[in-house]
Design a protein around this ligand. Structure first.
Ligand code: ADP
Ligand code: MG
Length: 310
């Protein structure tokens, strides 16, 4: 059996607009096909911050300027971003595979992730999304039930909660495709957040952290390794300080100790360490690698990156 890996792609693997994204994914595809060529079985996940922001902003501006254009719910914006990013990744991976003589199917799955309506995150929305509004406009938005917060002197923005991922609804399809030898792109942007009420599942305005969702997916597809690819080659303690130290390896105990000491920035490195901790400690033998896109192969060979090991 080939080793099974879940790879989470960070923002730098994708770029910020359609042109730069197309360019960025070409490079991303080369690095990923290097892994496929080594024989690994892959599920690819990715962030969607700039992309869902762009889609949501465009939809906000459209409906602000033309009352005939309805507001686009945030979950639908997330679904659009999965399709848009999935298209570029699928396209670039297929081209790269073909160029190297591989005949391996690649597919993107629109993925819903169940969250708990009672998650405390719903009492404290933190993620700013979409357009900026004046205080009068913000007041009007509040009457529609949106939570609006002042954003660093630039105006008011809507904020959405960031709840924990509970269940990946398309898990069985992901497993089936993997078992059939497909490269699967799934849970883009952490997944489309949905809640269950009276046995009915529906989209909700929230953002699920893609690193935490990726750890959950890695557990549930019974992956051997979770790789989180980001802008840095290694994780540091005293990050950005004179006594900065890059780490080759972190035990579960060390990771917990450093989290406690506030070594990892909230919203960037902290969710990656938490994701790694969750996956590595979920079963003996499971391991997590945090490194940069172009170091993935070297990292897997133990030459670089930061490993979270049990
Ligand atoms: P991604 O889009 O890959 O999720 P993020 O910007 O969310 O990227 O997180 C990666 C960033 O976390 C790095 O580029 C780095 O600037 C920052 N970071 C914060 N704390 C640390 C740390 N202790 N060690 C390394 N990088 C850190
Ligand atoms: Mg991030």
């Amino acid at each position: 059996m080939k080793e099974k890996i879940v790879i989470a792609l960070g923002g730098n693997a994708l770029g910020n607009d359609p042109e730069s994204q197309k360019e960025a994914v070409r490079n991303t595809a080369q690095n990923i096909v290097d892994l496929i060529a080594e024989g690994y079985q892959l599920v690819i996940t990715h962030g969607n911050g700039p992309q869902v922001g762009m889609i949501n902003l465009a939809m906000d501006i459209a409906s602000k300027n033309n009352t005939d254009i309805p507001e686009m719910p945030f979950a639908e914006c997330g679904a659009m971003s999965q399709g848009y990013i999935g298209f570029h990744l699928q396209n670039a991976l297929q081209n790269e595979l073909r160029a190297r003589g591989f005949s391996i199917p690649v597919v993107t799955l629109v993925t819903q992730v169940l969250v708990d309506q009672n998650d405390p995150a719903f009492q404290n929305p933190t993620k700013p999304v979409g357009a900026f509004y004046s205080s009068e406009e913000a007041e009007r938005m509040r009457t529609k039930g949106f939570v609006m917060k002042e954003d660093a002197g630039r105006g008011y923005r809507r904020v959405v909660p960031s709840p924990e991922p509970r269940e990946i609804l398309e898990l069985e399809s992901i497993k089936l495709l993997l078992a059939a030898g497909h490269v699967v792109i799934a849970i883009g942007g952490g997944g489309i957040p949905v809640v269950e009420e009276d046995r009915e599942i529906s989209g909700i305005s929230a953002v699920i952290d893609k690193d935490l969702s990726s750890a959950k997916l890695a557990e549930q597809v019974d992956a051997d390794t979770l790789i989180i690819l980001t802008a840095v080659e290694k994780v540091a303690i005293n990050y950005g300080k004179p006594e900065e130290k890059w780490l080759d390896q972190l035990s579960i105990e060390e990771a917990e100790k450093y989290i406690e000491a506030g070594e990892f920035a909230e919203g960037s490195m902290l969710p990656k360490i938490k994701a790694g901790l969750a996956f590595t400690s979920s079963r003996p033998g499971r391991k997590t690698l945090i490194t940069s896109l172009d170091k993935a192969i070297d990292g897997l060979k133990g030459k670089t990156g930061t490993w979270i090991l049990s």
